[in-house]
Design a protein around this ligand. Structure first.
Ligand code: ADP
Length: 175
């Protein structure tokens, strides 16, 4: 019987964008199962906590067969091993991603010989999309529809929703 192939797509997903959805959908065509693995403690400031990032990814990907969403802490290779996955999936947008993904691929190979990293190239539609620029545009009131799943657009609107009738209260005055 053919071996079942499970892959892990790790990332911060803060929040999940259509660029991530595109990579996940491409990846699941290549493997029997894809685990979208939300990294608990990335070394950057987060807008959404782990529970929120997982919930948004689950909602956005719920109709895609053979994808499940999980969260993890610690080394990605250790997580992959713990779920019986041999492959890490990453997405490449432009040359700027390549350098970092290349370094991390080699580092992960050093950490675990069993794991292979597979990089998939983004759709042209999402080549300019990142969680960071989406958050910045949403924070400034710009339209991010079409670039993020509807549940993420809603979560961003709620997070950055402003009540213009009330003047902002300086933080040091708020009790
Ligand atoms: P990380 O903090 O691990 O880089 P991200 O959530 O920012 O996590 O991204 C996870 C992966 O998805 C990375 O490999 C990143 O290059 C890729 N990715 C992010 N946005 C896009 C996009 N628009 N198109 C293709 N790949 C993307």
């Amino acid at each position: 019987m053919a071996k079942s192939r499970r892959a892990v797509y790790p990332g911060s997903f803060d929040p999940l964008t259509m660029g991530h959805v595109d990579i996940a959908c491409r990846a699941v065509r290549l493997f029997d199962e894809l685990i979208v693995a939300v990294y608990d403690t990335p070394n950057k400031a987060l807008l959404f906590n782990t529970q929120e990032r997982v919930a948004l990814a689950k909602e956005a990907l719920r109709d895609v067969p053979n994808i499940r969403v999980d969260s993890f802490r610690g080394l990605t290779v250790d997580y992959a091993r713990s779920v019986g996955a041999q492959v890490l999936v990453r997405g490449l947008r432009a040359t700027s991603d390549f350098e970092l993904e290349f370094q991390w691929s080699l580092m992960n190979r050093k950490l675990s010989r069993e794991i292979e990293v597979v990089c998939l190239v983004s759709s042209l539609r999402y080549i300019f999309t990142s969680s960071s620029n989406i958050k910045e545009v949403a924070r400034l009131g710009g339209d991010v529809s079409g670039l993020v799943p509807p549940c993420v657009a809603q979560a961003l609107a709620e997070r950055f929703g402003r009540d213009d009738s009330a003047p902002p209260v300086p933080r040091y005055l708020a009790t």
